[in-house]
Design a protein around this ligand. Structure first.
Ligand SMILES: C[S@@+](CC[C@H](N)C(=O)[O-])C[C@H]1O[C@@H](n2cnc3c(N)ncnc32)[C@H](O)[C@@H]1O
Length: 285
């Protein structure tokens, strides 16, 4: 079968499965089956597919019809212009998380701690953008840490990034001038309404801490002061309705210069705070 015919056949199948942009997904999955970048797909549409290519494409479509996320099927996701390996053990990096990386890179830092690192996308993007810096990524999931280590190798950052299994600050020692985190923040009552791609395929541990969704922020707010240098920054991703609640948690723990920052769509996405002290590393305390 020609690649073009395989593509045509897939679109209605994905639409009938309730997938919104089935045409785009079909193209990405076809490029994956052909082993090419999807920007080159048009050039290959008249080619006959080999049997292994057709089998790989069929398997990818079956997975997508079962609502498995595209990044889990192809195994890759582009974040901050870098290619990250993605498996069922990690959150698929979201474009809105780049808001946190943008903010992190506005001020120089030398030692960064990323709590709940998942693929390592935040830590490794921050290190790519700050060539003098070193970092520690932590996660409670061994499987996630393995993915992060693989991504570190792929990106050539082994000399500057380390990883450790830790329940938030439990196994973290030393002092940092930047702490970043995109913790699980979906409230328990919001979980049933999530898209099947998220609810049924991404790790529960990466999505929700249960309850009102704020427990990880409570732990981070309580522990960050002891691990930050004076003037050090704390940056966390939040859900769009959580800004005021998280800002209040940081204020109660004595943090200063608390700001709620929007993402590219104008929705609240990051809370930034500074540990007061002698060195004001961002000029904003
Ligand atoms: C929302 S995901 C973020 C992953 C990645 N940083 C990103 O932005 O794509 C949250 C991560 O926190 C980790 N996590 C959950 N509970 C944790 C805990 N108690 N201590 C450390 N990490 C935890 C999860 O395994 C998951 O990798």
């Amino acid at each position: 079968m020609k690649a073009q015919d395989a593509l045509r056949r897939a679109v209605p199948l994905l639409r009938d499965a309730g997938i919104e942009d089935g045409a785009r997904d079909a193209r990405v999955l076809l490029a994956h089956a052909l082993g090419i970048g999807h920007d080159r797909l048009t050039l290959k549409l008249q080619d006959e597919m080999t049997e292994p290519q057709a089998a790989l494409y069929d398997a990818a479509l079956v997975a997508r019809i079962a609502r498995q996320p595209v990044a889990q099927i192809t195994g890759r996701r582009l974040f901050w212009g870098l290619s990250f390996r993605v498996t069922r053990d990690v959150l698929d990096p979201r474009p809105e998380t780049e808001t946190l990386v943008v903010e992190a890179l506005k001020v120089p830092f030398l030692k960064v701690l990323d709590l709940g690192t998942g693929t390592g996308c935040i830590l490794l993007s921050c290190l790519k953008g700050m060539p003098m810096a070193r970092g520690l990524g932590t996660d409670i999931s061994d499987a996630a840490l393995q993915v992060a280590v693989g991504n570190t190798r792929d990106l050539g950052l082994e000399a500057r990034a380390r990883f450790r299994k830790s329940d938030w600050f439990g196994q973290v020692t030393g002092a940092f001038d930047l702490i970043v985190s995109n913790p699980p923040y979906i409230a328990a009552e919001e979980m049933p309404a999530l898209a099947p791609e998220v609810r049924d395929w991404e790790p529960h541990l990466a999505l929700t801490p249960g309850g009102d969704g704020l427990d990880a922020y409570r732990t981070i707010a309580r522990g960050a002061g002891a691990r930050l240098l004076p003037g050090g920054r704390l940056l966390v991703e939040i859900g769009p309705t959580q800004g005021q609640a998280v800002a209040a948690l940081f204020e109660a723990e004595g943090f200063a210069a608390i700001r709620i920052l929007p993402d590219m769509d104008g929705r609240d996405r990051v809370v930034a705070a500074v540990k007061p002290g002698a060195a004001d590393r961002c000029g904003c305390a």
